[in-house]
Design a protein around this ligand. Structure first.
Ligand code: ADP
Length: 447
């Protein structure tokens, strides 16, 4: 500022001296005054031109260019440049920060949508776009309620009580592949909303399975229990002769057996689910297993068809060697379940073929074929679900728990084996377990 006053003073002194020197007004004092005025004008014009340059530079806003240096306006330009650079740095920092936040939201496994006070979409991540069928650019500033019209969400949105979440189907949900979303709105800022969506399909399915399982177990146990308590009441209240007493007791024993079988199968399943997969240390001799299965199958066939002497035509077609590694009890239980099912579901007079053989690629196959009723193709994918039955009455009448194939599936999974089911309605079924190479030992010449 000092130089500004000083330069103005100098312009006055130089102007006055020049006024006197050139004798501008013929009178000494007046000449000096005119010279000083001219000096002031020159100073103002020079100063104004510098101010105008600074103004133009500020207007164009390119702080990288040097506008001017030195003097009052040079200092103003310098300060403006430093201020602008600091502001630009702050803006860059905030933009980087914003980008970091948006990248974090983008990486979130949950859907994130930012809504303004009018409920319009300000931003959404890819997960949310997939959940609701949005297009991040196209749907910007569209009202979210106009794009997502599920009635459950609409009433949740309208109620403005966002303490809990709402369940709704996802955009890609189909009857065969349902997608369940849990959506929650969280108010923030001035009337803005943060919408979070989570794919809870697996959780919902697990919960539905748990509910179904509890309902099924209760139902399976309630039936024999009701029959049992009915007989107990009869025995307690009615004077029965010895024959009736015996008959009732034997029926009670049947119901108790049924409950016991169910509990045993449930325990087997929970053991299979809760324990680590068996190692490859223990070898189960297949000829021995086949012998045991053959004996049991003949016995069961007679028990289930007491009027016929040899009701099923059974063939046990097996290699005379071979072993499978894993848990003996589990492997026997899985194979025995398949043979038992063939005996139970094949009417008297039918054929059953049990086969143990090595495959060309080194794997080995245990299969059970029957000429029974067969299973319609729509049931096949669900056969290994717990308590899934095609023929309810036949299953119950022959002592089925509805858990046999679920156990077989688990045993197969634990041994890295594959369960294959082929069936033609009215012709029969084939259930096969294919063991992987590393769990099989068969003499190479016999394959
Ligand atoms: P269950 O104790 O009822 O036999 P499973 O899990 O062993 O239970 O079998 C499930 C259902 O699959 C059975 O209820 C039956 O309807 C059907 N099934 C199983 N094996 C056969 C078979 N060999 N032939 C026809 N249907 C079968």
């Amino acid at each position: 500022m000092f130089w500004r006053y000083f330069s103005f003073l100098i312009s006055q002194v130089v102007g006055s001296l020049m006024g006197l020197y050139f004798d501008l007004a013929k009178i000494g004092m007046v000449s000096a005054l005119v010279g000083a005025m001219l000096g002031a004008w020159v100073w103002f014009i020079f100063d104004f031109s510098r101010a105008a340059r600074l103004m133009r530079w500020l207007r164009l806003g390119n702080t990288a260019d040097v506008a001017m240096s030195g003097g009052f306006w040079g200092e103003v330009a310098d300060r403006a440049r430093r201020l602008t650079r600091a502001r630009e740095q702050m803006t860059r920092d905030s933009q980087n920060q914003l980008q970091d936040f948006l990248s974090a939201f983008q990486a979130s496994p949950n859907g994130v949508v930012l809504l303004d006070a009018e409920g319009q979409i300000e931003w959404c991540n890819q997960t949310a776009a997939a959940h609701f069928g949005l297009q991040a650019q196209r749907d910007l500033m569209q009202h979210f309620g106009n794009l997502v019209r599920d009635p459950r969400f609409a009433s949740y949105f309208a109620a403005q009580d966002y303490r809990s979440s709402v369940l709704m189907p996802g955009r890609e949900s189909t009857p065969t592949h349902p997608v369940q979303l849990s959506v929650q709105l969280n108010p923030y800022g001035e009337g803005r909303l943060l919408l979070l969506s989570r794919d809870v399909t697996v959780l919902e399915q697990a919960e539905a399975m748990r509910r179904d399982f509890v309902a099924n177990v209760s139902h399976e146990i309630r039936t024999p229990l009701t029959v049992l308590s009915g007989f107990v009441e009869t025995l307690q209240t009615l004077p029965l002769n010895e024959v009736d007493r015996e008959r009732y007791l034997s029926l009670m024993a049947q119901q108790a057996d049924r409950m016991q079988m169910l509990v045993n199968d449930l325990l087997t399943l929970s053991r299979l689910e809760g324990s680590p997969s068996p190692g490859a240390g223990e070898w189960v001799s297949m000829p021995e297993v086949m012998g045991q299965l053959e004996q049991d199958a003949h016995a069961l066939s007679v028990v289930l068809n007491p009027s016929a002497d040899r009701p099923h035509h059974m063939v046990f077609d097996a290699l005379q060697d071979g072993a499978v590694s894993g848990a003996t009890s589990e492997l026997i239980s899985a194979m025995s379940n398949l043979v038992t099912n063939a005996v139970r579901y094949t009417p008297a007079g039918g054929g059953i073929r049990v086969c143990w053989r090595g495959l060309a690629d080194g794997r080995a196959e245990f299969s059970v074929s029957d000429t029974g009723p067969g299973i319609a193709s729509e049931h096949l994918p669900r056969l290994t679900e717990r308590f899934y039955r095609v023929d309810r009455s036949r299953s119950r009448d022959t002592g089925g728990t509805g858990l046999g194939l679920a156990i077989v599936k688990h045993v197969c999974q634990r041994h890295g084996a594959q369960l294959k089911i082929e069936s033609t309605l009215g012709k029969g079924s084939t259930f096969s377990i294919i063991f992987p190479v590393e769990r099989v030992q068969i003499g190479l010449d016999r394959r």
